[in-house]
Design a protein around this ligand. Structure first.
Ligand code: SAM
Ligand code: SF4
Length: 328
C-alpha cells in the first residue's frame, strides 16, 4: 500500500460551469452556505497543525472551481510557504486563469491541470452547459497564459463522453506532438450525472489507446507520474498522454490520497463516504489540533480497508454527491 501523503483540498463547491458529466442537468445543487465553508484561517490551521504533522506534504487545490474562492492567491502563497510543502498544484476549468496565472505562479503554485474537454467551441459550450460566446476562447487563453508563465508540467484533463467528444480524441492527442503538454484522458465515472452515464456510457482507456496507436503508434512513457494515470507517448512527440482508467481498472491499491471538502469533511475515498470525519465542526468546538491529528491517523490506518471494501461491494449507490461537491 502506498504512503498516503497527498491531500486534495476543495476550496469551494460552487462553479461557473455546469459540465454535463459533473452536474445533473436542471437539478438544484445543494451548495454549501458561506458560513459552513472552512475559513482561510481554519483551512491553513488544518494544513499546518493537522495534516503536515501526520505526514501530508503534497496538496492539490480543487473544487468546484477553485479560482472562484476569494483570496485564492493568498491561500496559495501561505500553503507554498510551509517548509514541509513539497508539491502544490491546482485543478481548474481555466476560465478565470489568464489574468492571475502569473500571480499564482509567483505565489508558489508550480503545477496546474486545466480541464479542456473539446477543441470545438460549440461542443465545448454544449459540454459546459453554459451558453455564451467566447467561453472556449477564454479557457484557451488561460491555457496559453499558464504555459507562457512556466507551469510545468501543464496538464489538460479530458473526460471522454461517447457521442459528445469521443470523435476528438486524435485531435486532442495531436496537441502533444509539438507541445510539451500532458493530455490526460479520464474515463467517465457515474458520479454527478447518472442519466448521462446511463444514456451514453463510457469509453475505456484501452479503446482510446488503440485509436491513437493505429494513427501514430504509442509507447509507454519514461515519465512516470505519482498519480493514477498510465503515461504513454506518441513516438517523437514533445508531450505525453495520460490515461486514468478508474472504470476499467481498480487502482485502489495505488491510492495515495485523501480529500478535504470545502466544508471540512475529510474523506478517505472518492467513492465511499465511510469513515469520513467532520474536521470543521471539531475545530469550531475547540477540539485540539493534537486530537484531530489522532483522528486523522486513525482514518489513515483504516483507509485500505475502506478502499477495498468499496471494490468488493461494488460502487453502485455510493455516489451521493457530485465531483464538484466532493472536490474532484
Ligand atoms: N472545476 C475544476 C475542473 O473542472 O477542472 C476542478 C474540479 S472538477 C470536479 C475536477 C475534475 O473532475 C475535472 O477534471 C473533471 O473533468 C472531473 N470530473 C468531474 N465529474 C466527472 C465524472 N463524472 N467522471 C470523470 N471525471 C469527472
Ligand atoms: Fe465545474 Fe469542474 Fe464540475 Fe465542470 S467539472 S462543472 S468546471 S467543477
Amino acid at each position: 500500500m502506498n504512503q498516503v501523503d497527498y491531500l486534495r483540498i476543495s476550496l469551494i463547491d460552487r462553479c461557473n460551469f455546469r459540465c454535463q458529466y459533473c452536474m445533473p442537468e436542471g437539478a438544484e445543487i445543494d451548495y454549501i452556505l458561506q458560513q459552513q465553508l472552512l475559513t482561510d484561517v481554519e483551512l491553513l490551521t488544518l494544513i499546518q497543525e493537522v495534516f503536515i504533522p501526520v505526514g501530508f506534504t503534497r496538496f492539490r487545490l480543487t473544487g468546484g472551481e477553485p479560482l472562484l474562492r476569494p483570496h485564492v492567491v493568498e491561500l496559495v502563497r501561505a500553503i507554498a510557504s510551509f517548509p514541509q510543502t513539497q508539491d502544490l498544484s491546482m485543478t481548474t476549468n481555466g476560465f478565470l486563469l489568464a489574468p492571475i496565472a502569473q500571480n499564482l505562479y509567483d505565489a508558489g503554485l508550480r503545477r496546474i491541470n486545466i480541464s479542456l474537454d473539446s477543441l470545438e467551441p460549440e461542443i465545448f459550450d454544449q459540454i459546459i452547459g453554459n451558453r455564451g460566446r467566447g467561453k472556449w476562447e477564454q479557457v484557451w487563453q488561460g491555457i496559453q497564459a499558464a504555459y507562457s508563465v512556466g507551469f510545468d508540467p501543464l496538464k489538460l484533463n479530458v473526460v471522454v463522453i461517447p457521442g459528445v467528444n469521443d470523435h476528438e480524441v486524435l485531435n486532442l492527442a495531436a496537441l502533444t506532438l509539438e507541445r510539451n503538454w500532458h493530455i490526460r484522458f479520464i474515463e467517465f465515472m457515474p458520479i454527478g450525472n447518472w442519466q448521462l452515464f446511463g444514456d451514453r456510457g463510457w469509453v475505456s482507456s484501452a479503446e482510446l489507446r488503440q485509436q491513437i496507436r493505429d494513427r501514430w503508434g504509442l509507447t509507454e512513457s519514461q515519465v512516470c507520474g505519482a498519480g493514477p494515470a498510465d503515461v504513454f507517448q506518441i513516438p517523437g512527440a514533445k508531450g505525453t498522454l495520460g490515461f486514468i482508467s478508474q472504470m476499467s481498472e481498480c487502482f485502489c491499491d495505488r491510492c495515495n490520497r485523501m480529500r478535504l471538502s470545502a466544508d471540512g469533511w475529510l474523506r478517505p475515498c472518492l467513492l465511499n463516504e465511510n469513515g469520513q470525519i467532520d474536521l470543521k465542526t471539531a475545530l469550531r468546538a475547540g477540539i485540539s489540533t493534537a486530537q484531530l491529528q489522532e483522528q486523522v491517523r486513525e482514518l489513515l490506518a483504516i483507509k485500505p480497508e475502506i478502499n477495498f471494501k468499496q471494490r468488493e461491494s461494488g460502487t453502485e449507490g455510493s455516489y451521493t454527491r457530485t465531483m464538484s461537491q466532493i472536490g474532484g
